[in-house]
Write a protein that binds this ligand. Structure first.
Ligand SMILES: [Zn+2]
Length: 353
């Protein structure tokens, strides 16, 4: 039962368990009872959830905010306020950037959250959410800029923007169906890409579509290798590398996987920030840089071998979608009660599976 349920996630290698028990029972013949200890390895959630649970006083995504620190793990700032703020800007991709010296040394709250009183709690246990950081964040920026450049470079043929977008949509759909990926995105449009004057391109996609479009763009590059700047190709390759390691690895990364992620993460952040700096110098709106890039930087260079894929909120978000569907169908005055009743009704079937 444990093997089929959530406990499966707690055991790194089930093949080791029988040997462990055999040896344990041999040693403790008189009392073959083991005392099991559990500890919290990590907290997960998007920024909003973590901020509410941990009373973070660091702000992210709030305009005209006097507090410009953007990270609960270190003292990185937005770098747009004053000299002190610029000195700790999160866009500093050097290994000796000033904010790394403060890693996990500051309390990112004014009021102590209840979870912080748990035995063994550490700030490092609060893990950035890969789904929001990459698939609904940085990944959208990288792919938005890539597609905007490809559309301008003639990769999708000559003609009007409308024709190019139609050609791109057709090729994307063909790629998705031949690779067995289900695509939610119906078609690529200027709005979907935020491809407008005075705006940064951003692919407004669902989390899974970000993955599919990433794979498709990499596939297009086989035919049009010259269509994107070398640094952007490096970004696409490096991000695909660390994402596929995380997706295919176990709960804990092996030392080789950990080292690989670190190196690919370094290539990605340095290349992306270099592209963004160049675009800013040339006054071109490409390569949006947002604080999520800094959280991705943390995930890639973390000292622990915890796999962030296991702390991503894919299932949580899917669950929320289902709950909201029920809530929308219920009367507002009794919505919470109806939701719980329906959930209880579904439980026996869920346990049967
Ligand atoms: Zn940080």
């Amino acid at each position: 039962m444990a093997k089929a349920g959530h406990l499966d996630m707690l055991v790194e290698d089930w093949d080791m368990v029988p040997k462990y028990w055999a040896e344990y029972c041999q040693e403790h013949r008189a009392h073959p009872v083991a005392r099991l200890f559990f500890y919290v390895a990590g907290f997960r959630g998007d920024w909003k959830a973590l901020k509410q649970v941990f009373n973070f006083d660091r702000r992210q995504g709030i305009k005209n905010c006097s507090l410009l620190q953007v990270c609960w793990k270190c003292s990185a700032t937005k770098g747009s306020h004053d000299v002190a703020d610029v000195a700790c800007a999160f866009t500093d991709t050097r290994g000796c950037a000033r904010f790394w010296a403060d890693l996990h040394t500051q309390c990112p709250w004014k009021y102590l959250p209840a979870y912080a009183t748990l035995p063994g709690f550490e700030i490092s246990a609060i893990v950035p959410d890969l789904l929001h950081v990459w698939h609904l964040g940085v990944g959208r920026d990288v792919l938005g800029s890539s597609l905007a450049i490809m559309l301008s470079n003639g990769v999708f043929g000559p003609g009007s923007a409308m024709n190019k977008l139609m050609e791109a949509t057709n090729r994307l759909r063909r790629f998705a169906s031949s690779s067995g990926y289900s695509l939610r995105l119906k078609k690529l449009t200027k709005n979907k890409l935020n491809w407008k004057q005075r705006c940064y391109p951003e692919l407004k996609s669902s989390g899974y579509d970000t993955f599919v479009v990433h794979q498709w763009v990499m596939n297009e590059l086989h035919t049009f290798p010259e269509s994107l700047p070398a640094d952007l190709i490096a970004c696409l390759w490096a991000s695909n590398h660390f994402l596929s390691i995380w997706t295919n690895a176990g709960r804990w990364l092996s030392p080789a996987e950990h080292a690989n992620v670190k190196e690919a993460g370094k290539i990605f952040t340095q290349a992306y920030c270099a592209l963004a700096k160049k675009a800013a110098r040339d006054q071109v709106r490409l390569y949006k840089v947002r604080p999520k890039l800094h959280l991705l930087h943390h995930l890639a260079r973390q000292e622990t071998r915890k796999n962030p894929h296991y702390f991503a909120t894919w299932m949580d978000e899917d669950g929320l979608k289902k709950l909201v569907k029920v809530l929308k169908l219920s009367d507002a005055r009794s919505a919470e009660k109806r939701l719980l009743q329906r959930w209880l009704l579904g439980l026996p079937d869920a346990w049967k599976q």
